[in-house]
Design a protein around this ligand. Structure first.
Ligand SMILES: [Zn+2]
Length: 79
């Protein structure tokens, strides 16, 4: 049997509890960022007129439905 004093027992319990909360927090943030990037994958912002539109085709330079200019695929970021 392992002999351990009460202050050490409380300390170990707190460390395990805080470690579990930290791991859950990191996992929640990773899932949130993955969902956010997946929802913004097909969103494009026109560099000429500034219109934000959605394009699900595989073309390299999708055409803006508002002004007709060709746009590169940049990743939209939300801060
Ligand atoms: Zn445009």
């Amino acid at each position: 049997m392992i002999r351990i004093s009460l202050p050490w027992l409380v300390c170990v319990y707190l460390l395990v509890f805080l470690g579990a909360i930290f791991i859950a927090w990191i996992a929640y943030e990773m899932v949130r960022k993955f969902r956010e990037s997946r929802s913004l994958r097909h969103r494009l912002n026109c560099t000429i007129c500034g219109m934000e539109y959605e394009d699900r085709t595989k073309t390299l330079l999708p055409r803006c439905p508002h002004c007709g200019s060709l746009n590169e695929r940049f990743q939209l970021r939300v801060y």
